[in-house]
Design a protein around this ligand. Structure first.
Ligand SMILES: [Zn+2]
Length: 334
């Protein structure tokens, strides 16, 4: 009898372990919620690993690509554009000449017709950058050097405004020790559509943020593409105060060697009540706006994000007031 009981216990434990393993392997995966894109402004923070790439598609189908990730992400960027039915780009932007932003641009230029190219205009000696400039020249693409105040009218009232560099040779030449002049002179863009706005800051440094605040640039935006992959030398508390974003997107690779995003930056964002999305945890992040409200749809919502940000029962694509959302009047939906 006793032997039978022991045998039964062993069998029960084995069964529990088996069911547990089975559940871990076959537990339901979160499927991204489908969302309406038709007639809306769409912005995608593409998942390019340690780098940066964002695609904008206007309600009438014009498209802008801001950076194209590192060289190894070139094919992925091309595939992502194809998946979203992009046939040509009205504007391609390289915020600054570092490889993690321009690396994938050559395959993009070779695979899609690009009408205009916006570059920071910095002199930079690298094979990758030179090859990209040559490809732009060979394809006869219109090359524009960015300058504060420049405006691009896309369609349906969607506007893209350059806030940095300042132009006329006014480069930022002094940066903190270990800082980068190329980063500091990144193109900063403000996208606006009705009541919606988003700021793209490239790899801007604190010096860039201070300069823009001093120049009285229109910094307020509902969504902030966080500067320099969440480095602690960007996204200062005073800059966050000036932008007053409701949500922020950080583009960075999982376990990157730079430690991006920095804990200090995440702390500042949290203190400012900003809801944070990260490409290393959320994969591709889609933002859709109709001119009044916007929604953010991350490709995946890992459990640790939900725990860290204190979100309870929040699933991607759910509409409603997200935690930490400010500016109730804007009717933000998550
Ligand atoms: Zn970068």
């Amino acid at each position: 009898m006793k032997g039978l009981r022991v045998l039964f216990s062993i069998a029960l434990v084995a069964a529990i372990i088996f069911v547990g393993i089975y559940w871990l392997r076959h537990r339901p995966q979160q499927i991204p919620t489908p969302f309406v894109t038709q007639g809306r402004l769409q912005i995608y923070a593409l998942d390019v690993g340690q780098g940066d790439s964002a695609l904008i598609i206007t309600p009438e189908g014009k498209s802008v690509l801001i950076d194209a990730g590192p060289p190894q992400a070139g094919d992925e960027v091309v595939a992502a554009l194809r998946k979203k039915d992009v046939r040509s780009l009205d504007l391609a932007v390289t915020t600054h000449p570092h490889a993690d932003h321009i690396g994938g641009m050559r395959p993009v230029i070779e695979n899609f017709g690009v009408k205009n190219f916006l570059d920071s205009g910095q002199v930079y000696a690298s094979k990758e950058y030179e090859r990209m400039l040559r490809a732009i020249h060979e394809k006869g693409i219109k090359f524009i050097e960015a300058k504060n105040g420049m405006k691009f009218d896309l369609d349906s009232g969607v506007k893209l405004e350059v806030l940095n560099p300042q132009g006329a040779g006014q480069w930022i030449t002094e940066v903190r020790r270990g800082g980068s002049v190329e980063n500091a002179n990144s193109i900063v863009l403000r996208l606006s559509y009705g009541n919606f706005s988003m700021l793209f800051t490239g790899d801007a440094e604190t010096e860039t943020e201070d300069l823009m605040m001093k120049s009285g640039a229109p910094l307020r935006a509902q969504v902030l593409k966080v500067g320099h992959h969440g480095s602690r030398y960007a996204t200062s508390a005073r800059f966050l105060d000036a932008v007053a974003p409701e949500a922020a997107v950080i583009s960075c690779g999982a376990d990157n060697r730079y430690g991006h995003p920095a804990r200090q930056t995440l702390d500042r964002l949290r203190k400012a009540g900003v809801k944070v999305y990260r490409t290393d945890l959320n994969g591709e992040i889609a933002i859709v706006a109709d001119g009044n409200t916007f929604e953010i749809h991350p490709d995946k919502q890992p459990i640790q994000v939900a725990l860290l940000s204190g979100v309870r029962g929040q699933v991607p694509g759910v509409r409603g007031q997200g935690p930490g959302v400010r500016g109730q009047g804007s009717g933000v939906r998550y």
